[in-house]
Design a protein around this ligand. Structure first.
Ligand code: NCD
Length: 400
């Protein structure tokens, strides 16, 4: 995925790019369990000794902000978070002006605007117009799209059912606020790269926006049907995706009664739960309202929304790596944390692979450079290091 600079829409990711990203996410997850690898990851977002710096601008959010912040921190970058309602946007400043002011001194801007679906695009246009290197990452654009949530959702599906998913053989039910759920919109675009059968379950008077249908038509075959009652399809569904009523994204007041009615119709109650397949999985981008009983995951392991939320951290680490250090090799980074035994002429000793700077390419010379000093070693040590260390001609060969 070399060359990815901005993330504005789910359309920015092809089938191949997503698979590549899923593998990187899985590697991030494994590495994070190992304390030495976790420490090594903290060097990833550091350029010439300086941590990359991110500005996060957002409308109120918990998971998305926290997982972006945690991911940046885990990779050694730094950030500053500002809530939009307390920023100059409240005084009427445009995204273009904000971007021009802050972009020159940061490597990335992560922007979530609940009311302006083109906020990220305007910022992208601005940095490009001014020839700035800053990346713009959309973390939610009005009620239009949520591309990074789409990556998290698809990664969670890929983890559970890779083969069927990649072959477009899964059946999905996307339930709830079809019109305003930006996560449903982006998920549909994402699934359309892989194919599958989709049932949209939601209020009969509402539907997903026409532009999404038009986009999907350009992609893989996707069978989409509307359903009013989820009971009708329960025994067919591999993955359920529930959403809350998106009251914060609607340009009208939503009454508590409306929310309650919605939760009853498009939520999970016991009869539906009993009808769902034993091997089905149930996702939700969170936060859930009354459509989900609070502790449902503790009584029914098919509900994996917290696992899905945990994946957000690893997916965002993978995404940051792809954008900012695409050529960094995580396998080498992990290998660099290994302790290796150096067999010298007199004694054997141990070093962390990371401390080995270079090895000599002269076949007659067995020197390696460790923390700035040339050390004589044996052929075995040199061969073990050869693949992963830069080569040079050592000073013993050319003492002058
Ligand atoms: C979603 C969002 O903001 O669109 N949440 C999230 O990013 N975790 C879904 C929602 O708010 O319902």
């Amino acid at each position: 995925m070399n060359g990815l600079k901005h993330v504005l829409t789910a359309k920015d990711f092809s089938f191949i790019q997503m698979l590549e990203l899923f593998r990187t996410t899985a590697t991030m997850k494994t590495m994070y369990q190992n304390p030495a690898h976790r420490a090594a990851l903290r060097h990833l977002l550091v350029r010439d000794g300086v941590p990359l710096f991110f500005r996060i601008l957002s409308d109120p959010s918990t998971r998305t902000l926290a997982s972006f912040e945690d991911a940046i921190r885990a990779l050694g970058g730094t950030f500053s978070t500002g809530i939009l309602e307390f920023s100059s946007k409240a005084k009427g400043e445009t995204h273009r002006s904000i971007a021009r002011c802050i972009a020159p001194r940061c490597d990335g801007i992560i922007i979530r605007d609940d009311h302006d679906e083109y906020a990220a695009q305007h910022m992208r246009d601005t940095v490009e117009d001014y020839g700035l290197a800053t990346s713009i990452i959309c973390a939610g654009s009005g009620d239009r799209e949520h591309p990074t949530q789409m990556l998290i959702d698809l990664f969670t599906i890929w983890e559970r059912a890779e083969e069927k998913f990649v072959n477009g053989a899964l059946v999905y039910a996307l339930v709830g606020d079809l019109h305003s759920s930006r996560t449903i919109h982006s998920l549909l675009l994402g699934i359309s790269e892989f194919g599958g059968v989709i049932f949209l379950v939601g209020p009969p008077e509402e539907n997903i926006p026409p532009w999404i249908y038009q986009e999907i038509e350009k992609r893989r075959p996707l069978s989409i049907s509307r359903v009013i009652n989820p009971m009708e399809i329960a025994d067919m569904i591999d993955f359920w995706y529930f959403t809350r009523l998106q009251d914060n994204l609607k340009f009208r007041a939503v009454s508590p009664q409306e929310k309650q009615h919605y939760a009853q119709k498009y939520g999970v109650e016991d009869t539906l739960r009993a009808r769902m397949r034993n091997n089905a999985w149930i996702l939700h981008p969170l936060p859930h309202g009354e459509e989900y009983p609070e502790k449902i995951d503790m009584i029914d392991p098919r509900f994996i929304h917290f696992h899905q939320a945990d994946n957000g951290f690893f997916m965002r680490m993978a995404l940051l790596k792809k954008i900012f250090v695409p050529s960094a090799d995580l396998t080498l980074l992990a290998a660099d944390t290994e302790t290796i035994t150096i067999s010298g002429n007199l004694i054997d000793f141990e070093v962390i692979a990371r401390d080995v700077n270079t090895i000599c390419i002269n076949p007659l010379c067995l020197n390696i450079r460790i923390n700035g000093n040339w050390i004589h070693t044996n052929q075995n040590t040199k061969l073990r290091l050869q693949k992963r260390k830069p080569a040079t001609i050592c000073m013993s060969c050319y003492p002058g």
